[in-house]
Design a protein around this ligand. Structure first.
Ligand SMILES: *Cc1c(COP(=O)(O)O)cnc(C)c1O
Length: 395
């Protein structure tokens, strides 16, 4: 397995690196793949759709023959909505495990659909645990499905998906997974985690451009999903049935995005698949976190919960620090960072995914060092309140 170093993009493009969890920095080859128009009904494009669906199924490992892949136009949230509306029957009930914005968005989606749900809200970042799931399911026999957020991108925590799925299965309930920001870099193997359906999108760890997402679902569940959906365009069963019959998407597909995605999938395979991609992102994270800690920054999460996707840092307590000035100065040095989403203390996030390698991450740390010096920030240490907050996790 050879891991090709990420390509530093031609400087004449003058684009900053996107240290954000999608859209992210894509390769030149991925962008170049969009310079051609495709007829959506044409054999060539239908072959591209077929190849993309089977390429994605390959990523879930042995047992993939029991699953199928259904792409859906739109951003990731469209796919979450499509999954919830298609696999949860109208009289079903979902236990939504939330520890951040995406879990809460899923609960909001259930409310919009007018379907029953029970929200376990752990706040900004505390992980939901298997024992909590067991207790809730015991107390409420009406719950049919459990929704797990794989990597909660708002804090960057990697939730204990296997523990949570095991607890759901032990109670005889079905599992739905939002693996939007993890799929392709963190293993989600069908043999280990038997989920009804999961979703991800083109512009995260496969490193494509935005425009569609995809549902990977058990074939028997796809058959059974007929008639469940509240929506015409977000009906996963209908999209699947049409694709199986005609090889076409039901409505205009994002043809250029699909072409770019196939190039991205080939690069993913060449890098060593999920293991190779995950290894590069972990290296990115480790180099970046070590460098930032060296500058005095502290991570919200202890190492065991850090995902290789995105990392939350506390803002320094030093009054000379100002996030928007820090952001602008980092951008001027070629790096777009991400504001934080914690409600209690100020924070910011740095993504590890996209066409970047450890050398780029070292430049990120250097840029942060220069920026702190320029701002006159003597210490990047967080306020005491932040460290208090973090103690909650130790429990
Ligand atoms: C990116 C993401 C989504 C989808 O967000 P969109 O803005 O609709 O693409 C959903 N869940 C998680 C965990 C994500 O990281």
């Amino acid at each position: 397995m050879t891991t090709e170093p990420a390509r530093i993009r031609p400087p004449e493009l003058g684009e900053p690196y996107l240290l954000t969890p999608g859209p992210l920095t894509t390769s030149y080859e991925v962008k170049r793949a969009m310079l051609r128009d495709w007829g959506s009904w044409d054999d060539e494009f239908r072959a591209m759709t077929r190849s993309m669906r089977s390429g994605l199924l390959d990523l879930i490992g042995p047992g993939a023959d029991e699953y199928d892949c259904v792409p859906i136009q739109g951003s990731g949230s469209y796919c979450v909505e499509a999954m919830l509306g298609s696999f949860v029957p109208k009289d079903g009930k979902v236990l939504v495990l939330a520890n951040g914005a995406y879990g809460l968005r899923a609960a909001q989606t259930m409310a919009c659909l007018g379907r029953e749900y029970h929200l376990l809200d752990k706040g900004d970042y505390l992980p939901p645990r298997g024992t909590e799931v067991t207790e809730i399911l015991q107390a409420d026999p009406a719950i049919t499905h459990v929704l797990i957020i794989h990597c909660e991108t708002s804090s960057g925590i990697l939730n204990p998906v296997e523990e949570l799925a095991d607890a759901a299965h032990a109670a005889g309930r079905k599992v739905l997974i939002d693996s939007m920001s993890a799929f392709g870099a963190v293993p989600l193997e069908a043999q280990r985690i038997k989920y009804t359906a999961m979703v991800s999108s083109a512009n995260k760890c496969i490193e494509g451009v935005p425009g569609f997402g995809f549902v990977i679902a058990r074939k028997d569940e796809l058959v059974a999903a007929k008639g469940n959906s509240h929506s015409l365009s977000l009906d996963v069963h209908a999209q699947w049935a049409t694709m199986e019959k005609t090889g076409q998407w039901r409505f205009t597909p994002p043809t250029h995005v699909v072409a770019a995605f196939l190039t991205a999938l080939a690069a993913h395979a060449a890098e060593g698949g999920v293991a190779g991609r995950g290894a590069r992102y972990m290296k990115n994270r480790d180099v970046m976190v070590a460098g930032m800690r060296d500058l005095g920054f502290e991570t919200l999460l202890a190492d065991r919960w850090l995902s290789p996707i995105i990392v939350t840092f506390f803002c320094p307590a030093d009054p000379a620090f100002d996030f928007s000035a820090f952001y602008d100065a980092m951008k001027a040095r070629g790096f777009i960072i991400y504001p934080g989403k914690l409600t209690v203390v100020d924070s910011f996030r740095i993504g590890c995914i996209g066409q970047m390698d450890e050398h780029v991450m070292r430049q990120v740390v250097e840029a942060a060092r220069d920026t702190l010096a320029e701002m006159g920030v003597g210490s990047a240490a967080p306020p005491a309140a932040a460290l208090e907050e973090r103690k909650k996790l130790a429990a």
